[in-house]
Design a protein around this ligand. Structure first.
Ligand code: ADP
Length: 635
């Protein structure tokens, strides 16, 4: 299970984009970012010159003449570098001279970076550059493509783009080049992967801005921009690009593209990007909690394991947050969190299965020793569901308890019923020895014979029952009509002595059951003997064999003493007797009916009893008909 869960974690990490798990990571990332208060101060080395609503009102509607930008550049001559987040892809035919004027201003300034758009198409690429004079006079060119995550939010920036042959630089390294920070720029351009996670210093509108119009009108002294990176971009409600970011607040949902660039430029200068961890470390740090959870599940009780796993889950989220907040490392933990949530049910599913399989195994071992359990197992194999297995287990325990009770009863029987005749013989012998009340020899012998034969009968009956319960039975196709004829012959003389008529009703058709002829004969003999034993003289016993659906039905009906209602439900249990207290009660052990029921059940049949005290009893046995009969019937 541990291996499987760890494997699952690795797979989820590998396929998290396909499985949309990165969305979960992004949600956590944004959540941590919002918790990462207080916000840090904006980078003082970066200034934003924005084309805001006020500037549009003062300088007229967009697009402005490019000559306007040359005025702006004049006021920014002290800036370290100026980056335009405005595309200059097309000529303005109304003012053809403006492009040259602007190009001259750019050249004069010497540290102006203009934007491009890179289009990568597999192994080919194209670049949308500013118009010729502008592109030629710019100190550097850099692309300004932004790639939001699938949820539309901007969290990372790509600083180089390559089609395999040509490599393009983003506006940010280009600005650093223009600003003289070549070392940083080169490092950024040579590092792979070139994807960086932006460490936003605050929510949208966090960076102070200078309205374009104010600078163009000379309202801001040029010293204000001394040695600062200046980014020029749109900031108006109807102009420019806006994106949600992890630091977007409720009322400030989107950040202007130029402010995103400012944040990234600041990160690049001070190298305080959010640092992604290498893949091997991400995998290791995702696996460790899973391993811990498995240890917890092995060691702790389900309740404690649940609570500890939940606590561990929350700890992991907390640690992940702390890692980002204090060390600025980003560890995506969605895979670990998902697998941790799965671990608890999966683990308990497996352990439950194992326990239940163990229980089933134990039950089958027990049933091999206990025939009653075996019968229950054969009759009702456990189904797959948990409640079914539990009820089966419950039934098994019940049967075991019954078996225990039977064992106790047997002990009682051995200690009492079997000892009693022996004690009587010993008492007779000592009476005989003492000479007082000595019996004559014939009387003595006949009494000893009767006690001894009682004991023998008890032992025989007892052994029969034990055998019927535990012995392997050999099954053959048995003709029930023949069995009943034998039973009738056996009973005939006993019935005659008691002046009882035994009538046998057998159908013309041959009824076969799959069974053991000797055992079936003893079973029906037991029932007929009982019918004779517990009936008064001059009554009739009817033995009938019939065919009902797929069953052969044998009923033994007498006109005897009957069995009281309250004793009927338990009369088939061993050692239970209904007439033992009566003075003229026939001798018996109470084992016969238990034997009968056991044999019938082992033949997959049923036995029922209808009885009324003083009127008589009917024992009905139903046994499934074997194929032999069915074939004969078809013939
Ligand atoms: P036993 O006959 O040795 O006592 P059985 O198990 O055969 O033991 O029968 C159990 C009890 O059921 C008997 O003691 C008797 O009270 C009652 N019984 C069985 N068969 C009949 C019957 N046909 N009519 C009335 N009572 C019966």
């Amino acid at each position: 299970m541990t291996f499987f869960l760890i494997l699952l974690t690795i797979l989820l990490i590998q396929f998290k984009d396909v499985l949309r798990l990165s969305q979960v990571d992004n949600t956590f990332y944004d959540f941590y970012m919002k918790l990462a208060l207080p916000v840090s101060a904006p980078d003082p080395n970066i200034a934003l010159v924005v084309i805001d609503d006020g500037s549009l009102q003062q300088l007229g509607y967009w697009p402005w003449r490019r000559a306007e930008h040359s005025h702006l550049l004049e006021h920014l001559d002290q800036a370290k570098a100026v980056g335009f987040d405005i595309l200059f892809q097309d000529h303005n035919p109304a003012y053809p001279q403006d492009d040259l004027t602007f190009a001259n201003a750019i050249q004069k300034h010497g540290r102006v970076v203009l934007p491009t758009i890179v289009r990568l198409n597999g192994s080919t690429s194209s670049v949308d550059q500013p118009v010729a004079p502008l592109a030629d006079s710019a100190a550097e060119l850099g692309f300004i493509n932004i790639y939001p995550d699938p949820d539309g939010s901007v969290r990372r920036i790509i600083l180089t783009a390559s089609d395999g042959e040509k490599t393009y630089s983003h506006l940010i390294p280009a600005m650093l080049q223009a600003g003289g920070e070549t070392k940083i720029a080169n490092k950024l351009l040579s590092t792979t992967p070139s994807e960086y996670m932006i460490n936003f210093s605050g929510p949208p509108d966090h960076y102070p801005t200078y309205p374009y119009s104010a600078i163009a009108n000379g309202l801001v002294p040029p010293e204000e921009f001394k040695d600062r990176y200046v980014l020029v971009g749109a900031w108006s409600s109807g102009l420019g690009d806006y994106y949600p970011t992890p630091r977007s607040w409720e009322d400030r949902t989107s950040m202007a593209g130029v402010e995103i660039l400012a944040n990234a430029l600041s990160n690049a200068r001070t190298n305080n990007w959010i640092k992604p961890l290498p893949t091997w470390l991400v995998i290791t740090l995702n696996i460790i909690p899973i391993y811990l959870v498995c240890l917890i599940l092995i060691r702790f009780s389900p309740r404690k394991a649940f609570l500890t796993t939940t606590a561990l889950w929350l700890c992991l989220v907390g640690l992940d947050w702390a890692l980002l907040q204090f060390l600025e490392f980003w560890l995506p933990i969605s895979s670990s969190l998902v697998v941790m949530m799965l671990a608890y049910p999966a683990w308990h599913w497996r352990s439950q299965e194992t326990v239940l399989r163990h229980i089933n195994h134990e039950l089958s071992v027990l049933s091999a020793q206990d025939s009653a359990l075996r019968l229950a197992l054969e009759a009702k194999a456990p189904t797959e569901t948990l409640p079914a297995r539990l009820s089966f287990l419950h039934r098994g325990i019940e049967l075991l308890r019954e078996a225990q009770q039977r064992r106790e009863q047997t002990l009682r029987f051995i200690s009492h019923d079997m000892r009693a005749p022996q004690n009587s013989i010993l008492a007779l012998v000592s009476l005989q020895r003492s000479g007082e009340q000595a019996l004559d020899e014939t009387q003595l012998l006949s009494k000893i014979e009767s006690y001894a034969s009682n004991t023998l009968e008890l032992v025989n009956n007892f052994m029969d029952l034990a055998r019927a319960e535990a012995m392997e039975i050999e099954f053959h196709d048995v003709n029930l009509g023949d069995v009943m004829a034998d039973v009738y012959d056996d009973a005939w003389s006993r019935a005659k002595t008691k002046h009882i008529d035994v009538e046998l009703h057998i159908p013309d058709e041959q009824l076969y059951v799959h069974g053991n002829a000797t055992m079936l004969r003893r079973t029906f003999s037991n029932l007929v003997d009982n019918a004779i034993k517990y009936s008064s003289i001059n009554t009739t016993v009817h033995c009938t064999l019939t065919h009902e659906d797929n069953y052969a039905v044998v009923s033994i009906k007498d006109q005897g003493w009957g069995i009281p209602d309250h004793l009927q439900p338990t009369i088939f249990q061993a050692f239970n007797r209904a007439h033992s207290t009566a003075e003229d009660a026939p001798i018996g052990s109470g084992i016969g009916l238990a034997f009968v029921q056991t044999v019938v059940q082992r033949h997959r049949g049923y036995i029922t009893l209808e009885s009324e005290e003083g009127k008589g009893s009917t024992f009905t046995v139903k046994l499934p008909i074997s194929e032999e009969t069915e074939e004969e019937t078809v013939e």
